[in-house]
Design a protein around this ligand. Structure first.
Ligand SMILES: [Zn+2]
Length: 269
């Protein structure tokens, strides 16, 4: 499953305290040590060190199945995060077009994190940036399933871990898009909701209302996650913490001259 959004004025403690820096060895501010793995459209992409825990986890889980099972598990992770990168790049490109400075994308075990600076807070801009990721994922998923059909693969019923890769990746991207549209700030859907609310309210009022809805959804994710999937628990906790950070950032907007490192996450599990 998947989560979350982008770039709102989230601030978060370290984001606000740390200064942006630009050396090649500088970790992306606020996200600890990370390894640069490339650039897409000039946007640097990094692997956070905790990402390797996911790789170790996948290898450990598939170990008993032999080399082939391990390889399949790793290919699946690579495909998953390639999908996440496509989703994040869409957020970043739209953000850039809307005047934001894009610092980069960091991949963590729960998903991707787009780091933006000086994101315009106008509702239309937030909406455009937030919706770009899910729309890209849904479009990509539909295209992959369509190609699968054309080349004669079964794409129904929905599958993630078996069947043709066209079907797996297609459904994976559809899930990525749909899950991120849950109206749980700071996930994409929560940002879309806040942008809609902010048309007739102040940014603070819209954030507080969206934050309350996010809290209900976060608690629901934790409860459902305990029954079905531990990843959902983690994402629920992420939503609860992130929604609170959004509220704090809305209550105490960063000063000019400070470096408001807006960021967001698209989580997966
Ligand atoms: Zn997103």
């Amino acid at each position: 499953m998947v989560t979350a959004g982008e770039d709102g004025p989230r601030g978060g403690s370290d984001g606000r305290r740390r200064r942006r820096s630009t050396g090649p060895h500088t970790p992306v501010a606020g996200h600890g040590h990370s390894l640069p793995i490339g650039r897409v459209a000039g946007i640097p992409i990094r692997l956070h060190w905790t990402f390797w825990l996911l790789v170790v986890f996948v290898v450990a889980v598939d170990w008993s199945g032999g080399r082939r099972a391990v390889a399949t598990g790793l290919v699946w992770i690579a495909a998953l995060f390639a999908s996440v990168v496509a989703h994040e790049i869409a957020h970043c490109l739209v953000a850039r077009r809307r005047g934001a400075r894009v610092l980069g994308i960091v991949l963590v075990p729960l998903g991707g994190l787009s780091r933006l600076e000086s994101m315009p807070t106008a509702p239309d801009d937030e909406l455009a940036v937030a919706i770009a990721g899910p729309l890209t994922s849904v479009g990509l998923g539909a295209a992959l399933l369509a190609i699968g059909l054309v080349v004669g693969q079964h794409v129904w019923p929905p599958t993630l871990f078996a069947g043709s890769w066209w079907a797996r990746l297609g459904w994976l991207n559809l899930l990525l898009g749909a899950f991120n549209l849950l109206p749980a700030l700071p996930m994409d859907g929560g940002r879309v909701l806040r942008a809609a609310l902010a048309r007739h309210r102040s940014h603070l009022e819209a954030t507080l209302l969206a934050g309350r809805i996010a809290r209900y959804l976060g608690v629901a994710m934790v409860i459902v996650g305990f029954v079905y999937d531990v990843w959902l628990v983690l994402i629920g906790v992420f939503v609860l913490v992130g929604a609170r950070a959004e509220e704090e950032a809305a209550r105490h907007p960063p000063d000019h001259g400070d470096d408001p490192a807006h960021r967001g996450i698209d989580a997966i599990g």
